[in-house]
Design a protein around this ligand. Structure first.
Ligand code: HEM
Length: 433
């Protein structure tokens, strides 16, 4: 579907086949990002990995990200992720009604811990808050049409006292704080010999060959991790809590599997992932039922192209309509229903969200292995320790941002037994993160 307006052209791709044909098979033409005036130019986010043009600078960032986030490397972050999932359980035992804030703070702390290795201390909380302050403005900058200057680029020359110019300047200041403060902390910790394993420490100690201008690039890569990793992890975990409150019978089935496989005398670990197929199906169904990025992250076509007799002009913005892929009609399973079973049925396969939720081709999410582990350990820990149920009538509503989050809702999150509370306390006492 092609949309045109105010001199812009937007191509919406509504099938997995079309998305693969263009974004995967023709990666060299379809791997650019659209330019934005507010976020990209005025705030300066154009230099972050998410928005960089598909060129050498982006390749250097991806090389650093791959060195730190490939499947072998992410294993060293398992303990930190498990510690922080336990922290989430502790917070929920203390004040379950604040579950939105707790999931948000722990999603941020996981990224800070893995990226900078800063332990759970004032320093880590401060870094998370620095990141959150940046996201307040960056999140708005990513909403198409939020700022008029993105449609009328001439407005970028407006006087600096105008409110959107002042907001962009504040966004730039907050972004610089996120880029510099935590990396400086890691360098100090390394000098003092107290740094923990982290993406930044590993890259500073053993940079990949051929990457020059290392420190500046490490700052950008690590800052991009926070911006790209927090909201998606948070949105997926909150959608899971909402699903469990709406579909208690699915929660019971997942809890029965957890109890049978890991037993009733410990908390889950990331190594349990392969032994919990129903829990994995619940996670896939959560990602399908409410995709965190329903229009993925837009691309821009580098040159004129033809596809199935259609002409796609240079600079067209391309939106992979992940929502349409997730809700593709299926003769056996209603796309509107929350049915993890669809992912266990080999006779009527449903496209696995691993194929579309993390993006496509050369720009596929570099944090997907880590993100999947974070989501798994938070969800498996919640299923082990708590019963989640609706508190009054639940009408699911979602934000209309690039990353789609549930709007505030109420639910009860109650420990399943005193013994579970005890495991959380015992495990928390061993925590280093
Ligand atoms: C459930 C969790 C996550 C989901 C659903 C998700 C999804 C996505 C998607 C759809 C894209 C766009 C890819 C494209 O253009 O085709 C993306 C890009 C990106 N993600 Fe993730 N992500 C998640 C977690 C993370 C985490 C934990 C990190 C960092 C540690 C991360 C870092 C990034 C970065 C840096 C990019 C930009 C890549 C580029 O433009 O080259 N993501 N992610």
């Amino acid at each position: 579907m092609m949309l045109r307006g105010l001199g812009n052209k937007v191509l919406v791709l509504n099938s997995l086949q079309a998305v693969f044909d263009l974004l995967d098979k023709r990666s060299s033409k379809y791997s650019h990002r659209p330019d934005t005036i507010f976020g990209g130019e005025l705030m300066g986010m154009r230099d972050s990995m998410v928005f960089l043009p598909y060129a050498d600078e982006w390749r250097a960032h991806r090389k650093l990200a791959h060195a730190a986030l490939n499947p072998a490397q992410v294993k060293q972050y398992h303990t930190m992720q498990e510690d922080l999932a336990t922290s989430l359980a502790q917070c929920l035992i203390e004040s379950p009604e604040d579950f939105f804030e707790h999931v948000r703070m722990i999603s941020g702390r996981i990224i800070i811990a893995v990226t900078y290795g800063i332990p759970a201390s004032q320093a880590q909380t401060e870094c998370t808050l620095i990141g959150e302050r940046f996201l307040e403005i960056a999140g708005k900058a990513a909403i198409p049409g939020k700022y008029l200057c993105d449609f009328l680029p001439i407005l970028k020359y407006a006087p600096s006292w105008m409110s959107f110019r002042r907001e962009a300047a504040e966004g730039r200041r907050r972004m610089n704080e996120l880029l510099y403060t935590p990396v400086e902390q890691v360098k100090q910790d390394m000098e003092a010999g107290i740094s923990l394993p982290s993406l930044v420490r590993n890259l500073l100690m053993a940079p990949p060959d051929d990457v020059t201008d290392l420190e500046r690039r490490i700052k950008w890569v690590s800052g991009s991790m926070f911006a790209a990793g927090v909201e998606t992890t948070y949105a997926t975990t909150l959608s899971f809590i909402l699903a469990m409150a709406l579909y208690p019978e699915k929660q019971k089935l997942a809890q029965a599997e957890v109890d049978a496989v890991i037993g009733v005398d410990r908390l889950p670990t990331i190594y349990d992932r392969g032994s919990l197929p129903y829990v994995e199906a619940v996670i896939k169904e959560t990602m399908r039922w409410q995709p965190a990025l329903p229009l993925s992250v837009p691309r821009r076509v580098a040159e004129d192209d033809f596809y199935r007799d259609y002409f796609i002009p240079k600079d067209t913005v391309v939106m992979p309509n992940v929502w349409a892929i997730a809700y593709e009609p299926n003769s056996k399973y209603d796309p509107e229903a929350f049915l993890p079973e669809r992912f266990l049925d080999l006779t009527q396969p449903t496209a696995d969200p691993a194929l579309w939720a993390f993006g496509f081709g050369r720009r596929i999410c570099p944090g997907r292995h880590m993100g999947e582990n974070s989501v798994f350990i938070m969800i498996a820990t919640l299923l082990t320790v708590f019963d989640i149920s609706a508190d009054g009538e639940l009408k699911p509503e979602f934000t209309q941002h690039l990353v789609r989050n549930p709007e505030p809702f109420k639910c009860r999150i109650v420990p399943r037994s005193e013994a579970k509370v005890h495991f959380v306390e015992t495990r928390a006492a061993l925590s280093v993160a």
